[in-house]
Design a protein around this ligand. Structure first.
Ligand SMILES: Nc1ncnc2c1ncn2[C@@H]1O[C@H](COP(=O)(O)OP(=O)(O)O)[C@@H](O)[C@H]1O
Ligand SMILES: [Mg+2]
Length: 312
């Protein structure tokens, strides 16, 4: 199944959710390929960082643009992250999607933007959009704030989208785990964030095998402290495949309606990833944009930080 995580608005958690879902699927024993069609390549960066950090299993990410990005034929699940910076690839992804997953953060601006996205979906699929599912991401954790419930009610009232009740709350572990190349359930297996994420993943992909997940979590912890395995995994960047091969017929057959409706603005907060007492910046900057090269981990000796690069 091809699931596209999409929204016209930046900063709603598309890359974060794609990354976590892909690793969750992998932990459930599913053959998954993640595709990063956003030129910002946040997802590819996180996957490269995961390799650099020696976390197993590595996540295979195909990064690029239509029609050149490689879609492996043997994947059970394909999960695609998009961004408005490459609107053509965004539209092509919508055309081949079995379903669209729309994370929405609880604000009026997000509701408006989501409404426009529903119209965009319809226009770019000739009035026949795939199943479109929405959920609230970064929900308020305080019960006294009603913005989240109000946003949910507004989303529920939007035709063309199915709101699912599972929510991800606004929790720093999403940012912290991402900047470690980890999924939330790997960094904090017993947290509320993990419970919420698991509920979302199960709502989307069916119940997970919890004992398998527990084993994967344990295995990951031992991998992190195993220097030999760490070294082996830290090796070449080929695992982060960025192929130039033309993809399947479905992709080339996709018809793209001309439009430039998207709001390309992003709301990527500029924050440094910090860890207890230790100054760490996990931004994985590409040495050469669009190249196969493994991202450089900023702040590391002997490695060069690219100026002006976004930070997670
Ligand atoms: N549930 C969440 N709780 C806290 N922070 C989150 C959550 N989901 C995403 N974020 C943070 O929001 C920011 C934007 O997320 P990102 O996945 O890059 O969005 P997008 O891909 O839609 O632009 C990142 O800093 C990310 O760590
Ligand atoms: Mg993104």
């Amino acid at each position: 199944m091809i699931t596209v995580i999409a929204n016209l608005k930046g900063g709603t958690g598309k890359s974060t959710v794609t990354f976590n879902l892909a690793i969750w699927l992998q932990s459930m024993g599913r053959r998954v390929t993640a595709i990063d069609l956003d030129p910002q390549q946040t997802l590819a960066d996180a996957a490269a960082l995961r390799i650099e950090e020696g976390v197993a299993p590595a996540l295979l990410v195909e990064a690029g643009a239509f029609p050149d990005v490689d879609f492996p034929g043997d994947a059970e699940e394909i999960i695609i992250d998009v961004g408005t910076a490459d609107l053509e690839s965004f539209k092509q992804a919508i055309m081949i999607a079995d379903r669209i997953l729309v994370p929405v953060t609880p604000s009026q601006a997000d509701i408006w933007s989501t409404q426009r996205f529903v119209e965009f979906l319809s226009r770019n699929t000739h009035g026949n959009p795939p199943e479109s599912i929405t959920f609230i991401n970064r929900a308020d954790t305080s019960r006294t704030i009603h913005a989240t419930d109000e946003a949910a009610a507004a989303l529920d009232a939007l035709p063309g989208l199915r709101l699912i009740p599972q929510r991800l709350s606004n929790r720093s572990v999403f940012r912290d785990s991402f900047s470690e190349g980890l999924a939330v359930f790997e960094l904090e297996p017993r947290s509320i964030a993990t419970r919420e994420f698991t509920e979302l993943a199960e709502a989307l992909y069916g119940p997970g095998n919890r004992s398998l997940l527990a084993r994967v979590q344990k295995q990951k912890i031992s991998t992190l402290v195993d220097p030999a395995q760490r070294l082996a995994l830290a090796a070449p960047a080929e695992k982060l495949a960025v192929h130039g091969r033309v993809s399947s017929e479905r992709l080339t057959a996709a018809i793209v309606a001309p439009a430039a409706e998207a709001d390309p603005s992003r709301e990527q907060p500029l924050k440094k990833g910090k860890k207890k007492g230790k100054k760490r910046d996990k931004t994985a900057a590409k040495q050469h944009s669009g190249s196969k090269d493994r991202p450089v981990k900023a702040g590391k000796k002997g490695k060069k930080k690219k100026k002006g690069r976004k930070e997670r």
